[in-house]
Design a protein around this ligand. Structure first.
Ligand SMILES: [Zn+2]
Length: 133
């Protein structure tokens, strides 16, 4: 995934001190801002990753803050969560369907429109039935 042009940490580093002077923040909010500003910088230290296969690969990385509000630290979990959801998708087209009052759904769905049975079965009984099924 490409890096964004501007990160939350950059905004906090540039504007955080002024913002904190003018706003009342809870201790938790202060900690979150401080952690995000320091995440993956020399201020949190670093570590060296060395290939255990003997190829000589060496990578130096700064440590993460592991704050639950940090977008950098949560990006891996977010990608993992999304990948898990994508694995569950069937190889077919999906439609977003939601229950609506019968009068509204009648105008959205054309007569004769056929919904996939599994999708229809997941709708609550209060959901409108598409006319023409
Ligand atoms: Zn972080």
């Amino acid at each position: 995934m490409p890096r964004p042009a501007l990160e939350v940490a950059q905004i906090f580093c540039h504007h955080g001190p002024d913002y904190r002077k003018n706003q009342r923040l809870s201790p938790g909010q202060h900690k979150a801002m401080r952690d995000i500003e320091r995440c993956r910088t020399a201020r949190l230290g670093g570590h060296v990753d060395v290939c255990n296969q003997g190829c000589g690969y060496l990578a130096i990385s700064y440590n993460s803050c592991r704050n639950r509000h940090c977008p950098k630290c949560q990006s891996l979990q977010q990608a993992k969560w999304l990948a898990e959801r994508l694995e569950r998708l069937l190889p077919t087209q999906y439609f977003h369907c939601y229950p609506a009052p019968r009068t509204q759904s009648a105008s959205l769905v054309q007569p004769g429109t056929r919904l996939q049975p599994p999708l229809c079965q997941r709708l609550p009984s209060s959901a409108a039935v598409c006319p023409g099924l």
